[in-house]
Design a binder for this molecule. Structure first.
Ligand SMILES: NC(=O)c1ccc[n+]([C@@H]2O[C@H](COP(=O)([O-])OP(=O)(O)OC[C@H]3O[C@@H](n4cnc5c(N)ncnc54)[C@H](OP(=O)(O)O)[C@@H]3O)[C@@H](O)[C@H]2O)c1
Length: 243
């Protein structure tokens, strides 16, 4: 039975991803802060899908713990999905370095820290798959997503580079750009229904991308074209816009 490791397992998106992989008969490793709060999910997953499901304490910001965290996993996962992330209010973050630092250090530094460890193992085994949840917000720098967007831009570049680095070793890396998703992160926002995915749609896209070895996936196809148009706006015009 293959195993999937889900990093940041407490989010709605992560729970949907765990259920989707469990449906496909993967054993599930759920890694999160205060992991014990997810014990009901473990029971539900085990009973509903008849697969192993285990909890693992994981803090993306505790970089020093990442090698021991990964070493403690038995079995080692065949697939690793990096879901964790933070999106704080950008105006608050602009004047509060702690918020800015937390976004950068969670979304980028934390992801690089744990995924370097996972990638090193996969490279040595000449197999494995990493899927990272990045964001369309990383496709062009803009004021409304100043720090969050730039941290995701860095994550996208890292995932794309990792795919390039690991290709020769038979290891695959998927960059996932969900667009808007109905989750706790966005519950205070008014999102356009046509452009907003459910966590279950993200989970379907992640599973399918892992199966088909896709490189970059947009959960809702429109986002690929929306972001292409946004990227094509000349800078002299773009800098005057309030996006
Ligand atoms: N919602 C959207 O519209 C959207 C769009 C594009 C991309 N994304 C990305 O999708 C991913 C999931 O987000 P979501 O929408 O499901 O939001 P969410 O419900 O806020 O989930 C974020 C998860 O990240 C975890 N996390 C934060 N800091 C962590 C740390 N230091 N160590 C371990 N886990 C940590 C949180 O853990 P706790 O449960 O312990 O707080 C939470 O479970 C994020 O990477 C986000 O940037 C979201």
């Amino acid at each position: 039975m293959p195993t999937v490791l889900i990093l940041g397992a407490g989010s709605d998106m992560a729970i949907a991803i765990a259920r989707k992989f469990a449906q496909k008969k993967y054993s599930i490793q759920l890694a999160a802060r205060n992991a014990n709060r997810l014990s009901a999910l473990v029971t539900d997953t085990t009973l509903r899908y008849g697969v192993d499901c285990t909890l693992h304490e994981f803090d993306a910001l505790n970089y020093a713990s990442h090698p021991d965290f990964f070493a403690s996993l038995n079995p080692k996962p065949d697939v690793t999905v990096c879901v964790f992330g933070v999106m704080d209010d950008e105006d608050a973050a602009f004047s509060d370095w702690k918020l800015t630092e937390r976004m950068i250090n969670t979304n980028f530094t934390g992801a690089v820290s744990i995924l370097n460890t996972v990638a090193g193992w996969y490279q040595s085994q000449k197999k494995g798959c990493i899927a990272g949840i990045s964001s369309v917000a990383g496709e062009r720098g803009r004021q409304s997503k100043l720090v969050y967007g730039s941290s995701k831009a860095a994550l996208t570049a890292y995932l794309d580079g990792l795919r390039n680095k690991l290709f020769a070793s038979g290891v695959h890396v998927v960059t996932v750009k969900p667009g808007f998703v109905y989750t706790k992160m966005t519950e205070s926002l008014k999102l356009p229904a046509a452009l907003t995915a459910t966590p279950e749609q993200v989970a379907d896209a992640v599973c399918s991308a892992v199966d088909r070895k896709k490189n970059t996936v947009y959960v809702k196809w429109m986002w690929r074209w929306i972001m292409l148009i946004i990227q094509c706006i000349p800078e002299f015009q773009f800098k005057k816009m309030k996006l």
